[in-house]
Ligand binder design. Structure first.
Ligand code: SF4
Length: 349
């Protein structure tokens, strides 16, 4: 058996049963690939099912409001994925009559679809010959071939693409791509690759550079990351009359654009001080949470206050982006996950 045959044979015996595996529907494949970016399979699975229940066809997603899409996406993070998903659905619906184009370049031109996702859709749905290169494939090929260039470098990328171009099964590129991704995810894993877990079990041990040189732990080569910049956000949950609270709509040029969070009072001397001081000013400190994104670390400081305290009401009424909403309508709004959890902890969500 050649490399591709061995790989597909291994896949046939070891693949996980996942709902998007048994379909050629490009909409379902696309949805699963976008959800699984930066997300573990177990976490993404319920989102995939919920999206399909709400939007069984691309046309349903295209005609949904942005708030509906963001509300369903809540908790997955990286909200630009949801916005791009929505924008791409509109293009498929309006420009391609609701039918995904069977063309790699046209797929790649859709918002939020890069070379990896385009290759996955093109090969899984249409059996077009485009190798997928995700983190699992990179690790496997770097070890197999002995590629020591840092994974972020263009030379590493070039070597991986050359290796895959020579190995892919041109008749069944979709099956080959599924198999190589699964092999990287389940067998050639970061810390305990199959060759170390079960000696003799890896079908590629005889030809694997890393195995021959005991270099699995050193490949792929990753450059050290710079420390992430830190952001601090002081959020105030302001209670007003008639069972209402104040929210803030995020701007269209920031991290959570189109979503809602809580008012931030940056000029407040009380909020610059230690939390205990705030009690005396009618604003009480409730919780501190952290969240690490790919590009920054966030510190959230949550406070609660009555609208009558500290001149808050007048201040909030002057803010164009702040609005008062009924507490029992909060589930209609899309929030960043830390804000949502905070509201849930206070049991007002
Ligand atoms: S021998 Fe080990 S390092 Fe090499 S491909 Fe197999 S599992 Fe990965």
């Amino acid at each position: 058996m050649d490399f591709a045959q061995q790989l597909v044979f291994w896949y046939g015996q070891n693949q996980r049963s996942l709902p998007w595996r048994n379909t050629k529907d490009p909409y379902r494949i696309w949805l699963s690939e976008i959800i699984l970016q930066q997300t573990r399979v177990n976490q993404g699975l319920p989102y995939y099912q919920r999206f399909l229940e709400h939007f069984p066809k691309v046309g349903n997603l295209a005609s949904a409001s942005e708030q509906e899409v963001l509300a369903l996406w809540q908790g997955l993070g990286y909200y630009s994925r949801a916005r791009n998903l929505h924008a791409a659905a509109k293009i498929v619906q309006n420009e391609y009559g609701g039918v995904f184009p069977a063309d790699y370049e046209k797929i790649k031109a859709l918002p939020g679809i890069g070379p990896y996702t385009a290759a996955a859709i093109a090969s899984f749905a249409f059996n077009l010959c485009h190798p997928v290169v995700d983190g699992n494939v990179i690790r496997f090929i770097c070890r197999l071939e002995g590629i020591y260039e840092p994974v972020q470098s263009s030379l590493c990328r070039k070597k991986i693409e050359e290796s895959l171009a020579g190995r892919i099964d041109r008749k069944e590129p979709g099956a080959f791509n599924q198999a190589i991704m699964e092999f990287g995810a389940l067998a050639c894993t970061p810390l305990h690759p199959l060759c170390r877990r079960e000696p003799g079990a890896c079908p590629f041990a005889d030809v694997c550079h890393a195995f021959a040189h005991g270099a699995e732990a050193h490949l792929p080569v990753k450059e050290k990351k710079k420390p992430l910049p830190v952001w601090q956000l002081h959020y105030v949950l302001v209670f007003d009359r008639d069972d209402t609270v104040w929210l803030r709509k995020r701007g269209y040029d920031d991290l959570w654009r189109g979503m809602y969070d809580l008012p931030v009072l940056p000029q407040s001397p009380a909020l610059d001080a230690a939390p205990v001081v705030c009690e005396a000013d009618g604003i009480s400190f409730v919780a501190h949470r952290t969240q690490v994104l790919s590009h920054r670390k966030l510190h959230f400081y949550f406070y609660k206050a009555d609208a009558g305290a500290f001149g808050l009401k007048k201040y909030l009424e002057e803010q164009e982006d702040c609005l008062r909403v009924k507490k029992n309508s909060l589930s209609k709004y899309a929030f960043p996950i830390s804000v949502r959890r905070f509201l849930k902890d206070l049991t007002i969500f």
